[in-house]
Write a protein that binds this ligand. Structure first.
Ligand code: FPP
Length: 261
């Protein structure tokens, strides 16, 4: 038997989900999962307690996205700058990635979800890199949704790598510098096979992009949630999608032009 508060919580969750226009879903959502450390602090626990509980939100948000019909979900799990953190935290995170990816593999396959990873993967600890390669291989034919983990990723690193590839291709005569197009750049990014995110969410009340998908977020709607990542659940995702759907996306046009198109 549900008490009144639980009933109220359930009905609010229901209404947020029901208000979403399922025909106007973003195809790709990218999330900066922030606030694990502060969440742990609130409980007087070490930061890694926040990361472990953050995994529960990863599961919830992945499940909610697949249920809704989102095709791509990218999660910023570890940036190139995160190596500056205390060694104990970094080591725990690396192990957590291995454990989580291995533990969730059968669920990913059961739910027809493909796992991809972007970033400087070969510089990750061997065990972490191998777990990712194994999971990507095992899920490569799944086509309901693609879950992209940005690991040892930063946008400036990605753009620098792209510039190296591009200049090599120019010097080898594969293309001429005068003819470089936006597509030539996109084809050389680690996201080349994914559409750009239309919605980027950052949790924990911080209003920054933090070196995340700088090229790809050019036209994304940015939604900032005050909720700390371990508290971010399905209903929080629904609220962010509703916020996205209330906005007018103009792509450089006027409001009148958008209405007519
Ligand atoms: C940011 O919060 C969070 C991270 C740097 C790590 C996120 C990783 C997980 C939730 C584990 C996910 C696992 C998989 C396999 C995807 P913070 O530590 O910067 O929080 P703070 O700003 O409160 O200090």
């Amino acid at each position: 038997m549900l008490n009144f508060a639980a009933f109220l919580a359930l009905s609010t969750m229901d209404s947020a989900f029901n208000l979403i226009d399922k025909n106007k879903l973003p195809k790709h959502i990218a999330i900066i999962m922030d606030g694990n450390g502060r969440w742990a602090q609130r409980y007087g626990k070490p930061r890694v307690f926040g990361h472990r509980n953050g995994v529960k939100s990863v599961r919830e948000v992945t499940e909610a996205s697949a249920e809704l019909g989102i095709k791509y979900l990218t999660l910023y799990a570890f940036s190139k700058e995160n190596w500056k953190r205390p060694i104990m935290e970094v080591n725990t995170l690396m192990k957590l990635f291995v454990i989580t990816v291995s533990k969730e593999l059968s669920t990913l396959n059961k739910n027809n979800i493909r796992l991809k990873a972007i970033g400087d993967l070969s510089s990750l600890p061997k065990e972490t890199h191998q777990a990712l390669l194994d999971a990507m291989e095992s899920t490569k034919n799944n086509d309901r949704m693609t879950l992209v983990l940005a690991l040892n990723y930063s946008s400036r690193w990605e753009l620098t790598e792209m510039a190296k590839i591009l200049s090599k291709d120019v010097s080898q005569g594969l293309l001429s510098s005068e003819d470089i197009t936006e597509s030539d750049i996109e084809e050389r990014l680690c996201t080349s096979t994914f559409p750009d995110p239309e919605l980027m969410i950052r949790t924990s009340g911080e209003h920054r992009i933090s070196n995340f998908l700088l090229w790809q977020l050019s036209y994304a709607e940015l939604v900032f949630s005050d909720t700390l990542w371990p508290d971010f659940k399905k209903e929080d995702l629904y609220e962010c999608i509703l916020d996205f759907q209330r906005r007018e996306r103009r792509f450089g046009m006027t409001g009148e032009q958008v209405v007519k198109s």
